[in-house]
Design a protein. Sequence first.
Length: 448
Amino acid sequence: MKQVYNPLRRLHFYAAFFIMPLLLTLSLTGIGYLFFTNVENHIYEDEFFSNSETKGHQSLDGAVKEIQEVYNGYEIKKISIMEEPYNNRVTIGNDKGDSRYIFLDEHNQRVANQNAKFTYSNVLRELHSSLFVGGTIVNYLVELAACWTIFMILSGVYLTFKSKALKNTKKKNAFLFNRRLHAIVGLIIAIPIFIVVLTGLPWSAFMGKQINQFAEDHPKLGYTALKSNPPKSEDNELPWATRTKEKPKSEKDAHAEHHGNSTSMIGTNGQQSLENIITQSKQDGIKEPFSVVYPGDKDGVFTVSKSSNSGVTGLDVPPKEETTAYYDQYSSKQLGKVDYQDYGIVGKWFSYGIPLHEGHLFGTANKVMNLLVCITFIGGIVLGFITWMKRRKTGTFGAPPIVKGKWSLGLIIPLVLLGIIMPLFGASLVIVAIVEFILWKKTQKTVT
């Protein structure tokens, strides 16, 4: 089985060597993000909890109109209705991609505003998912690191038992000692880090899109047809089984026909007030915290939702409380509603997996558990680096030797399967195989 062990050992080494900086970055930013609600509750105390210096009470619709006037060039993106003692939050954005949060006190007076890009949670999230650089290439690199981490977990477990690395030798050898520690830590962390990586994949650039598309294409396994494509108000029956690519529709008011389309239709003739929609939502059993998104055009609907992974301090709810409801913008009639119970297996996995990954599925215990996983993982990386340094001879790179001969099918088949499941991993593996073949050819020429 040398044609399994030796190639696997070499792949494991190079995977660790090249993605180690990314893994350290992901682990450290992950630790920072675990406690974003605790940090933000402290550093944004004024924004979240204080009252405005402006006295008097105004309606929420009046506050929205005021924000539109003050922040000319911005559009209302979302209204977050929070539980006490949090202030409500209005998210606005412009054509340049800039977003701001406007905080309203209990009297709907403006308290403060934030540049959304530079809040603690958003900075850590951007660092963790795209190294704050963004772009497809960087996102793919982060996903690639996650894919190779899964490979390292699986290969590490195999190498540990195959090489008998856990065996306590009497020889006083620094390399063997550190290798044993690295193996022990690796086995301890294998399952937890595998779960952490797996629950992070829904955010990934390539696989994330594929997973979400699969969920939409298979309503019984993923999201219901209603969640993916809400119903039209003029339909007599909700299209639970029939999917349509058209946007949700409200019944057209006679006055609404005179208005053009825009990103957010706010306060048009015949449109229900925001407060009426909120009141109707509460009557339908949707309690704070929840978000309201305005209709996208004259035919659109108000969307009211509760999420377990909003990424907003004070807005997340337990997975089973997730809901998305659609309201006719002219009558405030509820057109359809999707709850957690309506999700398929994939949808429910998202609802539980993402909060687990972020560390708020079961409170402080989840944060502490994820913190220990990250710290132990970093420890395993450091021990792996020390093991390499102890093994490396002066003047050499210290990599496992180039594999002579063909790789075993016992290795090739699992690698191909992993490559199919994780396409970016598969593509990178093809590149690795080509490089290995070139290096092997060079050694053959040297021998002859």
